[in-house]
Design a protein around this ligand. Structure first.
Ligand code: DC
Length: 232
């Protein structure tokens, strides 16, 4: 049986990437974190001095940088996931910093940025055998994906997860700031003009507020088997 495409969309910090990585490992598929791509563009723009705060945001200048940006992914055998490389540099850590998180929604709303990222995503997924997570993967990037999941979870639970992630990496952040950032990003992602976060009409909703990682993986594997999408 040919390899399928699995699209996972949902709100920020819902555990999309955790589930996507586990699924990809279970199925022997590639995992692509589409949010990491928008984060790379944001990081590059910050490094070039184009984003200092939300008032000094220069979309036209950011678009001019796009030809200079090359994105690649390499499997990391320690983390069992793929690392994101910006022009050959592993930026997996930098792109998760608060400065990037605070500006990435604005950058991802720029038309030309989306066009370039979507083209890369479609190229990566053209042969199937991929699990990709993001905001518009099932609704726009791969509208014919065989399995589409739409993930959601309680805001406080999501904030706690993201807060724990920052602190485990030694980054000092306030719980309230993390929560505000999540709420702000959800609003930006669902209200932007182009490819906003929407639940694809054929997506299956997964609220994981009360589910462990193992339960989520078990649920989706059962779903795949029940839908006879992949046969052992
Ligand atoms: O999944 P993430 O939090 O790392 O994504 C960072 C931002 O990138 C998110 O706020 C919205 C944007 N994004 C997007 O617009 N489309 C995607 N497919 C993935 C992410």
């Amino acid at each position: 049986m040919s390899k399928i495409t699995i699209a996972i969309d949902g709100y920020s910090s819902c555990g999309k990437s955790t589930l996507a990585k586990a699924l990809a490992a279970y199925l022997g598929y590639a995992y692509v974190d589409s949010g990491a791509m928008y984060r790379c563009v944001t990081l590059y723009a910050i490094r070039k001095g184009l984003i200092k705060d939300s008032h000094s945001f220069l979309p036209e200048e950011i678009v001019k940088l796009l030809p200079e940006i090359s994105l690649t992914f390499k499997f990391n055998s320690h983390t069992k996931s793929s690392d994101t490389f910006l022009n050959g540099e592993n930026v997996e850590k930098e792109i998760r910093q608060m400065m990037v998180s605070s500006n990435v929604s604005q950058v991802s709303a720029i038309h030309d940025v989306r066009v370039k990222m979507i083209a890369i995503q479609r190229e990566l997924g053209k042969n199937g055998g991929i699990v990709m997570d993001g905001r518009d993967i099932g609704s726009n990037v791969f509208p014919n994906a065989e399995l589409k999941l739409f993930m959601t979870a309680d805001t406080d639970i999501r904030t706690q997860r993201r807060f724990d992630e920052y602190t485990s990496k030694g980054q000092h952040v306030a719980f309230g700031d993390v929560k505000l950032n999540l709420i702000h990003r959800d609003h930006e992602d669902t209200h932007r003009k182009e490819n906003p976060l929407v639940q694809a009409h054929d997506a299956i909703v997964l609220d994981n507020s009360e589910l462990t990682r193992e339960q989520q993986l078990e649920y989706v594997i059962k779903l795949i088997k029940d839908l006879t999408l992949v046969v052992d």
